[in-house]
Design a protein around this ligand. Structure first.
Ligand code: PMP
Length: 287
C-alpha cells in the first residue's frame, strides 16, 4: 500500500508530494507545524494540538488554512488513507508560495498546508521505556520565541546530531544562568528527592508541550504534586528521576546526563506510572 499525503487540497502519493520551490517554508522557515500521536485508532489530544496551531499562526500573523472542522476532517482522512492505527500525523502550514522577498507576500496569498502520516513501531517505544535514554546538555542558542512551534529547528537539529555523535540520544538546552530549558524536541521533568514533580514554567523560553499540559492532569489523578518552577542542572543531576515528555514519546526516562547516571541509572517508577495512566486521561478522537 502506498503512502498518501495531503498537499493544498489534494491527496497525493507520498513519493510525489511536493510544494513550490519558492514556498516560504522552504525559503525562510516561515511556517509552523504540529505532531500528534495516534494510538489504538484514536488521535491523542487533538483539541489541544489544534489550539496550539491556532496560537502559533496568530503569533506569526499567518492565515489559518481552513476551519477547524475541515482540518479535522482532512487529518482523519489522511490517517484513514494511510491505515494508521498506531503512529503520528505531521501537519505543516506556511505563509505560502511567493517570489522570494523577506516582506510578507501579498494579502490573499494562500497558505501552504501539508499533512503526512506514518505508522510507528510500538516495540521501539517499549525499548526506550525499558532502557531509558542518555542525554547531553548544551548551551541554549535558540531565539526567544521558541514558544511558537515554527519549522525553524536548526539549533534543535544540530543539538540532536551532537548528542548522537557523543553516544547519547538527545540533548537538553541550558541557559546562561544554568537553568534547564527543554530538550531538543521535548519538555523536561524531574522528580525531587521529596517526590515532587517539577517542570519549568512554560509562559516563555520553551514550547508549552501538549503532553506536558496533559501530564499535569495525569499527576492530579495519581495524587502527585506538580510544581512549576525553574531548576538548574545540579538539581536535575541530583533528582530521583528525570524524564522527557512529547507527543511522540509520551514520557521517556532519562538515565544518564553528560555521562553521569541519574539516581541508580535505571528508569524510575513515577515515569512508568504516568505512562500507564496517560491515555486514560488524554482526549481521544476516533479516526
Ligand atoms: N519542546 C520542543 C522543542 C518540542 O519540539 C516538542 C515536541 N513537539 C516539545 C517540547 C513537546 O511538545 P508536545 O508535548 O506538544 O509534543
Amino acid at each position: 500500500m502506498s503512502r498518501i499525503a495531503y498537499v493544498n487540497g489534494q491527496y497525493v502519493r507520498h513519493s510525489e508530494a511536493a510544494v513550490h520551490v519558492e514556498d516560504r517554508g522552504f525559503q525562510f522557515a516561515d511556517g509552523v507545524y504540529e505532531v500528534c500521536e495516534v494510538r489504538h485508532g484514536m488521535i491523542v489530544d487533538l483539541t489541544r494540538h489544534l489550539s496550539r496551531l491556532d496560537r502559533s499562526l496568530s503569533e506569526l500573523r499567518m492565515a489559518a488554512p481552513m476551519s477547524r472542522a475541515a482540518l479535522t476532517f482532512v487529518i482523519r482522512e489522511v490517517l484513514r488513507r494511510n491505515r494508521v492505527k498506531n503512529g503520528i500525523f505531521y501537519m505543516q502550514v506556511t505563509r505560502g508560495a511567493a517570489r522570494r522577498d523577506h516582506y510578507f507576500p501579498a494579502e490573499g496569498t494562500p497558505p501552504t498546508i501539508t499533512i503526512t502520516a506514518k505508522s510507528t513501531d510500538p516495540s521501539a517505544a517499549a525499548k526506550k521505556y525499558a532502557n531509558g535514554i542518555k542525554v547531553i546538555t548544551l548551551p541554549e542558542n535558540r531565539w526567544d520565541r521558541v514558544d511558537i512551534k515554527t519549522v525553524g529547528l536548526l539549533p534543535n537539529v544540530l543539538a540532536k546530531q551532537q548528542a548522537k555523535e557523543a553516544g547519547a540520544q538527545d540533548a537538553i538546552f541550558i541557559d546562561r544562568d544554568g537553568i534547564v530549558m527543554e530538550g531538543a524536541s521535548s519538555n523536561v521533568w524531574i522528580v525531587t528527592p521529596d517526590g515532587e514533580l517539577v517542570t519549568r514554567p512554560a509562559e516563555h523560553g520553551i514550547l508549552k508541550g501538549i503532553t506536558r499540559t496533559t501530564l499535569i492532569d495525569v499527576a492530579k489523578k495519581l495524587g502527585l504534586k506538580v510544581v512549576e518552577r525553574e531548576f538548574k542542572t545540579e538539581e536535575m543531576l541530583a533528582a530521583r528521576e528525570v524524564f522527557f515528555t512529547s507527543a511522540t514519546g509520551i514520557c521517556v526516562p532519562i538515565v544518564e546526563i553528560d555521562g553521569k547516571p541519574v539516581a541508580n541509572g535505571h528508569p524510575g517508577t513515577v515515569s512508568s506510572s504516568i505512562r500507564d495512566t496517560f491515555f486514560d486521561v488524554a482526549e481521544k478522537t476516533a479516526i
